[in-house]
Design a protein around this ligand. Structure first.
Ligand SMILES: Cc1cc2nc3c(=O)[nH]c(=O)nc-3n(C[C@H](O)[C@H](O)[C@H](O)COP(=O)(O)O)c2cc1C
Ligand code: SF4
Ligand code: SF4
Length: 251
């Protein structure tokens, strides 16, 4: 039997939530980072996986979906975790459930939790915070009790199955500026290989998924996109992204 903490977390918010949950479940969890490509893997029925993704436009990020599909569940139990940036997660959990069940997992519980918005960082800033950590610790206790009971059904999730909200991406493609020293870290870490290792200041705009990982990792703060435009768009989203949103457990 093995436990896996499988996550796609370009800027670290999803991983923070996943680590709190995994850290409060029984046993050691082996990490699988979906920001890197994964080799096809076959699990077994007594394995347990915590599978965590951020919501992108109410959906599972496409590259995370592709990589999750390489994992053959073989009856392993899955705990789903969708992390959202204070707006909504819409079809993210149902899409993840469909995907995991299609790959042979048994889904036993699901969480939706808030983390700082990775584009508009003024929203849900600093979350998950201490209050979230305490609540997520309580969620983990309930999830553990469910796992210990051996029951494999899960309460119905809100959201669509099969036909999901259309995702059209967001129009932000970071590029390097004169502070770039060419260290290559962003090119190495971009989840979709959108940054040229020879010329890391440039970005392949077709490949880029606007995950903001390169901005958050660059040691020289050399990556950005039109800060003025960004501020205006950010301010216009106050109604949708503002206020205090909640964490939820479906069990
Ligand atoms: C391209 C993109 C789309 C996003 N779409 C949504 C969304 O539809 N709803 C939401 O609440 N947050 C949305 N967010 C915010 C992220 O879900 C949230 O910040 C999450 O914590 C990011 O995960 P990470 O820190 O692991 O990268 C989006 C972020 C990005 C980069
Ligand atoms: S991480 Fe920053 S400094 Fe390093 S190559 Fe990328 S943009 Fe340049
Ligand atoms: S170039 Fe685009 S996809 Fe790559 S890390 Fe930066 S924001 Fe993410």
């Amino acid at each position: 039997m093995a436990n896996y903490n499988i996550y796609f977390s370009p800027t670290g918010g999803t991983k923070k939530v996943a680590d709190i949950l995994a850290g409060n479940l029984a046993g050691e969890f082996r990490g699988i980072d979906l920001c890197k490509d994964v080799e096809p893997v076959k699990l077994s029925a007594d394995d347990i996986c915590l599978v965590s993704v951020p919501s992108y436009g109410g959906r599972v990020p496409a590259v995370a979906a592709e990589r999750i599909k390489k994992i053959d569940g073989c009856g392993a139990r899955a705990v789903l975790n969708c992390v959202y940036g204070n707006r909504e997660w819409e079809d993210t959990l149902t899409e993840l459930q469909d995907m995991l069940e299609g790959a042979g997992f048994k889904c036993v519980a699901a969480a939706a939790a808030v983390a700082e918005h990775s584009i508009f960082r003024q929203y849900a800033a600093g979350r998950p915070d201490a209050e979230d950590a305490a609540q997520l610790t309580g969620f983990a206790a309930q999830i553990q009790a469910k796992l210990d009971s051996g029951e494999t059904s899960m309460s119905e999730l809100a959201g669509s199955h099969g036909t999901y909200k259309e995702y059209n991406g967001v129009p932000f493609r970071p590029e390097g500026d004169e502070r770039c020293t060419g260290c290559g870290l962003c090119a190495q870490e971009c989840p979709v290989g959108a940054i040229d290792t020879e010329n890391p200041a440039s970005t392949d705009k077709e490949k880029c998924i606007s995950c903001m990982r390169c901005i958050s990792l660059c040691p020289n703060h050399a990556r950005d996109f039109d800060p003025e435009k960004m501020r205006t768009i950010g301010e216009s989203k106050a109604e949708a992204l503002g206020g205090h949103k909640n964490n939820y457990l479906f069990i």
